[in-house]
Design a binder for this molecule. Sequence first.
Ligand code: TYD
Ligand code: ZN
Length: 415
Amino acid sequence: MVESAVSTSITAVCRACGGSLDCFMSLGSQPVAQISPERPTEQTQIRYELRPSICLHCGLFQLIETPLPYIMFTNTYPYFSSTSAKMTYHLQKLSESVASELDVAGDPFVVEVGSNDGTFLKLIAEHGLRHLGVEPAEGAANIARSMGVSVLVTFFDSSTALQIRQSHGQADVIVGANVLAHMPSIIDVAKGIADLLKDDGLFVFEAIYLPDLLRCNMFDQLYGEHVFTFSVSSVRKVFAKCALELIDVCHVDVQGGSMRYVLAHRGRKNVAESVSHFIDFESRFGLGRADTYHMFAERCHKIRNDLRFLLGDLRKRQYRVVGYGASAKSTTLFNWCELDSSIVEYVTDCTKEKQGHYIPGTSIPVRSPEFFAQDRPDYALLSAWNHRTEIEAKEQHFRRRGGKWIVYVPEVATA
Ligand code: TYD
Ligand code: ZN
């Protein structure tokens, strides 16, 4: 792996096993996702080529190039789990189930890697359980702290794990919700997890599930932060390198389709049937076949063409189109499809920290939902399609006044 002068990490081989990579498509030159201020900063200067690939040896789906984590996860990183009611509910449920499994008499210790705004740890803290969040984005960490959550503001790696082990002891449970996929040095992270976890401890993490991404053509889930998209078969192989065994998996309906992985030290727990069930499923799905990825690329190119055609046609007919959801996904969407503010006037987003900024690499500004409600555009391109039910419920007035939604995964359609 090399770190280029432009602050990205580029690899020629698998980041986990050193195997050869089949790079099956390029989504072009991309800026760092999330949002950009009006004035250029170090972050807005960086471009990287968005090239997903698959390891021919361990099957780990990964990006060839990604901005270095310190470039992406800054103090002002604007993603907050609590902006989605669905995600909040989901993390609270996970938190309840972790808390109910713990033996309170044994003074258990829970660590969350990438604790963001504390949506998961809040409940653990309220139960009076010993806990620690590890979060590099200070803004998000401060929100968590204001709710009584303890946070160490840093990146999680093997040296952070050692530091926590020395200061707090080993953990009964380590959790990572949509964060392991963001860590390019995955083997070092796995070493840290193995070191920090008690002999009988559990490591639970969630991540977008590769077959869902491929089946639903979610090309926009690919951006620098998501350096990996895991599958049951790749997780089993990658973590086995650090003697962590995959003992259970469960499909969960967040982020367009995710998997919850439960791991333990090798040989310490029984392995549930769910693991072999999903390994068989993935084999039948074709995760081991090159054409699965090449066909995904073809379908994504078709979406790009269909969307550009539809938006061009609407513009010719003088309809006004805006976007909804200044998600990280929208950076990939707008840059790969080469859409600017002459086609999509602005993007609506409820996150205060995003309003007044721009979709990176474009001239498209981010505006509040109140602005959207008064403005009455004709079409809204739903770039937060994973929150479709929640957003459509909030924005019923848009449909009532004749507005139409445009979706683009799994295919381009208006509704
Ligand atoms: P999300 O899909 O959660 O994440 P990512 O950035 O990883 O792609 O982003 C969804 C965006 O949509 C986020 O900026 C918040 C915004 N949003 C709204 O504006 N209104 C809503 O009702 C919801 C649920 C999200
Ligand atoms: Zn590999």
